[in-house]
Structures are given as structure tokens and as C-alpha cells.
Design a binder for this molecule. Structure first.
Ligand SMILES: [Zn+2]
Length: 434
């Protein structure tokens, strides 16, 4: 199929231009004003942003093991509606993605979807934190990120050995930073509100101590390190300092940590329970301010589907986690302030995460195309059309995800994905799956 995206604001890595984008045979064939539409289906994009399809570094697709909450196919549909062309599937499935057979299975399920599904492998066998998973074998399948997400690697010697093993493979370790001793029993942010509500808190220190520890280990042994879902000002300050030093450290924040504070937990609604927890307003403000300074590489969803049977339990018993894929773009747009810069928006949602996930070039071994395009001729056609003027509301009953555990049900949102094109195919148009 050939598509001509007409008259949108095309967002490149350093600036924007009003232009047409011609997509033919899976490739961005031409970008420029007044292109010839002969033989093409014309998509009017006037008033919209046209840029590289989003890339999510942090999606829990729940397959295998928890398919009642989500599977690769339903998660891919939710991702497409959210503007994503590629998702990185997290390995805290049941069983964990710690072997060639399991990673191959998820890659094969991903290949049946319209999106590019990359896989993050586990750092340790069964995510138990004791014995290293066969990272070299998994890297040969195209795995570029490794994490025990859901938990951090608690033992510093295991983390050191993992970094030593990973560095020569060129892969990046991704850490869920929470010290389990400090966070034990906690269900929300530790602070004045948790004290008032009588709930056990998870202190900022639980996150910050692991950030500090892992930066120190990285300095000693070298390699690439990514920090998942950072939630405090102090964590970001440490990442920023490590970068200035020249360490290869990358970091993500989630849509919820930049739009919700711990005050949302005051009504004991389990939809707001997440790890790391929603923080105080000062941390939220610091995270939002950091979106434009370059210290944050990506907004990543931590899309965490749960069945209602589990999630609708009392606050202190419900599992942590919330959906993210279908609202992340609007929430990022909101967090960027009154007049968001489209270059920053696409940096956080597409180009940054594509760089961290090493999806900037197509990988034929696993059939993945290149993401985070500069929007020039010759690149793989993974493209999103985002309308920054649409006002809408989150609706848990209107999601493609199999789960409904969104904290944004009924929330007013601005900015919506209209069209998602993946590998030259129209996957979502006018906000609907094709
Ligand atoms: Zn996590």
C-alpha cells in the first residue's frame, strides 16, 4: 500500500516542518511539500504532528502465564491504539523469560501481531536473583535489554557479575530500583500521607540506595545500565551526575509518576497502587521539570494489566501496577506543560526509547524493523499521527487491553493518536484498529 500523509507538522530530531510524507512498500519514500498523490491513499494530517511511531521500553504483556489479564496480541492492539510501533515485553511472566525457548516463544507470538515486539530477558534464572540467566544465548536471539523487573537484583555481587557478563555482549541491564529490605511491607509512598492513612510506606531511600549502588558498580566494571521507572528527584540527580562523568546510564519515567502524586491514594483506591509508588508533589514536579533537560531518555509505560479479581482487592492486598499504553501519549503531552515542544515529545516517546532498546536499525534475525525515525526518505515506515488538539476522557470500558485497571478512567485528556503506521501498514486510523 502507498499512503500520502498530507500537510502535517513533520517532527524531526531537531525541528519541525510542514510537509507531506509518502509511504510506499514499508519505507518512507519521500518527505516534502506538495508531493504527488497519484496511486496513494491520502491521509489528511493538517494540524497534527507526524513523527516516528512510539516505542515502549516497559510493557508487561503477561504471556505466558497470566493471559487472563493480557496477552501479546491484546497488548499489541492496545499499543497500536496508543501510537506504538514497538514494545519491549518484560520478562516477569510465569515462567520468567530466562531461556531460549521462552524468549523464542514470545518473539514468535510478537511476529503474529502488527507491531514489532522485542523481548527483555531476565538477568537471573527465574528472576530469583541468585544465578545468572544465559544472557549470551538470549543476546544471540536479538535480546538487547535484560531485567528482573518486578524486583530489583538485590544482591550486589550478583549485579556486579551480571554487569561483567553483559558488558562484552553489548547489551544493557535495566534495573527496577527498590531495596526490598527498605521497601518491605510498604504499599504506598512513605511520607506524611502514609502516616495519616495508617498505611506502611515504601521510602524514596529504597529506590535511591539502589540507584547509587548500581552507578557505583557500573563505574567499577563498565557497561550499559538503564534505570526503570525512576520516581524521585534524588534518583534523577544521581543519574545526571553519572552521565556528566561519562557513564553509559539511561533512565525512564512513567506517565503515572509525572501526572499523579501520592495524594491519589487517599481514597484507598487500589488503581493507584504501583511500585515504585506515586510520590509526593515535589518529586512529581522535579520529574516533570526533568523531561526537557535531557536527563530522561524515555517515558515508558510500565503497562501492568491485572484482572479485576486481583486488582479490586483492598488497597494493601491488591497487586501493584496500572495500565499505560493507551493513555501515555496524552499524559506525556500534559506533563510537558502548556505548549509542549513536539521534538521533546517524540524524543521521550520514540527516539529516546528506540536508542535505549537498540531498535534504531532493523534486525533481520528477529524480523524487527527500525524505530525512532528521523523522518527522512529511506527509513522504515513506522509513523504516528498525533492530534494535539483533541480533548477526550479516559474510559476503562473503551480500551483494547484485556484488563481495565487504569487510574485514568474519567480523566480529561488532551492530545490523541489518530493514525499508527507500522512497517508501512495502516494499523490504526481515525483512532480505530484497522
Ligand atoms: Zn518495575
Amino acid at each position: 500500500m502507498t499512503y500520502l500523509i498530507r500537510g502535517g507538522t513533520v517532527v524531526g530530531p531537531t525541528g519541525t516542518t510542514v510537509a507531506d510524507v509518502l509511504i510506499r512498500d514499508g519505507i518512507i519514500a519521500e518527505v516534502g511539500p506538495g508531493l504527488d498523490a497519484t496511486g496513494a491513499t491520502v491521509i489528511d494530517a493538517s494540524g497534527c504532528w507526524v513523527g516516528p511511531a512510539f516505542v515502549d521500553l516497559h510493557t508487561h504483556l503477561r504471556e505466558p502465564g497470566r493471559e487472563a489479564a493480557e496477552d501479546v496480541a491484546s497488548g499489541a492492539r492496545a499499543g497500536a491504539l496508543g501510537g506504538y510501533g514497538a514494545l519491549v515485553a518484560m520478562p516477569n511472566t510465569e515462567p520468567a523469560l530466562d531461556s531460549v525457548a521462552l524468549v523464542s516463544y514470545v518473539l514468535a507470538q510478537g511476529a503474529k501481531t502488527a507491531l514489532d515486539i522485542a523481548v527483555a530477558g531476565a538477568i537471573t534464572v527465574g528472576r530469583q536473583g541468585t544465578h545468572l540467566a544465559p544472557m549470551a544465548e538470549l543476546a544471540s536471539l536479538g535480546v538487547r535489554l535484560f531485567t528482573d523487573d518486578g524486583n530489583g537484583v538485590q544482591n550486589p555481587l550478583v549485579m556486579r557479575r551480571a554487569m561483567e557478563y553483559a558488558a562484552p555482549l553489548g547489551v544493557r541491564l535495566a534495573q527496577h530500583c527498590e531495596d526490598e529490605f527498605l521497601a518491605a511491607g510498604g504499599v504506598m509512598n512513605e511520607g506524611p500521607l502514609s502516616a495519616r492513612l495508617g498505611l506502611v510506606g515504601r521510602p524514596a531511600l529504597a529506590e535511591e540506595l539502589m540507584v547509587l549502588r548500581d552507578i557505583e558498580i557500573l563505574r567499577l566494571v563498565g557497561g550499559k545500565l538503564h534505570f526503570l521507572h525512576l520516581s524521585t528527584a534524588r534518583s534523577l540527580a544521581m543519574v545526571s551526575a553519572a552521565r556528566r562523568e561519562g557513564l553509559d546510564v539511561t533512565a525512564e519515567v512513567t506517565p503515572h509518576h509525572i501526572t499523579l502524586s501520592d495524594e491519589a491514594c487517599a481514597e484507598f483506591d487500589p488503581q493507584f497502587k504501583v511500585h515504585p509508588p506515586l510520590r509526593g508533589v515535589d518529586d512529581v514536579a522535579a520529574l516533570r521539570a526533568a523531561l526537557t533537560t535531557g536527563v530522561i531518555d524515555a517515558v515508558a509505560t510500565d503497562h501492568a494489566p491485572h484482572t479485576p479479581e486481583l486488582k479490586d482487592l483492598p488497597f494493601d492486598e491488591a497487586p501493584a501496577g496500572m495500565l499505560g499504553l493507551e493513555h501515555a501519549a496524552a499524559l506525556t503531552f500534559e506533563a510537558l506543560g502548556p505548549s509542549p515542544d513536539p521534538v521533546t515529545f517524540f524524543s521521550l516517546l520514540s527516539r529516546g526509547p528506540a536508542r535505549v532498546a537498540q531498535l534504531r536499525a532493523s534486525d533481520d534475525r528477529v524480523g524487527l524493523s527500525a524505530h525512532g525515525a528521523s523522518m527522512v526518505a529511506g527509513e522504515d515506515a513506522n509513523v504516528v499521527i498525533f492530534d494535539p488538539t483533541v480533548q477526550w476522557r479516559g474510559d476503562k470500558n473503551a480500551l483494547a487491553s484485556r484488563a481495565t485497571n487504569t487510574p485514568y478512567d474519567g480523566r480529561a485528556l488532551v492530545g490523541k493518536v489518530r493514525t499508527t503506521i507500522v512497517k508501512g501498514r495502516l494499523v490504526v486510523h481515525e483512532g480505530a484498529l484497522q
